[in-house]
Design a protein around this ligand. Structure first.
Ligand SMILES: [Zn+2]
Length: 292
């Protein structure tokens, strides 16, 4: 079933392999969304995240220096964006997929926010707890604790991993986000990022990302394509901010995503050319690749 519109009608979009697992991505006939069938994907199993995910991706369940470097640079950039966009600092912040708590730590420093995190990976959760951050292993666990609503909720490179993203976003709006609060999202951009990965149940285009936010009852007021901190030339990521709409606001019908295959091909061709012409700006060096 389509992760965006719920349609059963689809066609195979791509057969790929990731970490030795064969993957099939489908395209929805009705809305154009690209997704794996969660029931067919091992990555939809919660136990997969608790243990297997980090091990497969990093050959260890402990955070790697590269991972931490990316998260730190990403966090400082997100805080800067929020400082220019928000009218007042968020008093209460929730980060879903909080990893080692780096982003929440930045929120504490920049905004003096009270912060809570959700992170299924045990080793990562422990790191965040060691920073003094209150952590939950799953969103459901947080929900049953009946928390006070949040002014800011972030999902940074998380939405593409969720087996039912539209419903999760709706639950966040109805039960966790303050009226007038802000949802902050970042996902890989299907038109520049490889995107095909074992644990990526959906691949978002700028269009389908905005569609799913509307579908879940949000108004998108900030949308940014960029490569920070990995590239100064490729728009690898999509960052957006949205506010919840009241339940009685009638959302416009989903406008289907058109020519996705063509745009994917064009995007990946552009990427290959840019990598060849400007290798050092297409991919900025990571810490272990730096001279110092
Ligand atoms: Zn669909």
């Amino acid at each position: 079933m389509c992760l965006l519109c719920g349609s059963q009608r689809n066609k195979v979009f791509a057969h790929v392999s990731s970490f030795g697992f064969p993957l099939v991505y489908y395209q929805c006939d009705d809305c154009g969304m690209i997704y794996q069938l969660p029931q067919a994907s091992q990555a939809a199993d919660p136990d997969f995240y608790a243990e297997t995910y980090r091990k497969i991706y990093q050959a260890t369940d402990e955070p790697t220096p590269k991972d931490l470097w990316v998260q730190e640079h990403r966090a400082s950039s997100l805080v800067k964006i929020l400082q220019t966009v928000l009218d007042e600092p968020p008093a209460r912040v929730l980060d879903i997929g909080a990893s080692t708590g780096i982003l929440l730590h930045f929120f504490q420093k920049a905004f003096d926010s009270a912060v809570i995190g959700v992170e299924p990976g045990e080793a990562y959760r422990r790191h965040a707890q060691n920073r003094g951050i209150t952590m939950y292993a799953a969103l459901d666990e947080l929900l049953v604790s009946n928390p006070t609503r949040f002014d800011l909720i972030s999902l940074i490179h998380v939405l593409e991993h969720l087996p039912d993203p539209a419903n999760t976003l709706t639950t966040i709006r109805r039960e966790l986000l303050q009226e007038g609060g802000v949802l902050l999202l970042e996902v890989p951009n299907f038109y520049a990022h490889d995107s095909y990965e074992l644990a990526h149940l959906a691949c978002y285009t700028p269009h389908s990302l905005q569609n799913i936010l509307r579908q879940a009852g949000y108004h998108v007021f900030f949308f940014h394509r960029h490569g920070f901190p990995r590239s100064s030339l490729l728009n690898l990521y999509l960052t957006l901010m949205a506010q919840p709409l009241p339940d009685d606001v009638i959302q416009p019908a989903i406008v289907p995503d058109r020519m996705v295959r063509l745009k994917r091909r064009a995007g990946m061709s552009y990427r290959r050319v840019i990598q060849k012409l400007f290798p050092h700006r297409a991919w900025l060096p990571l810490p272990d690749e730096r001279a110092d």
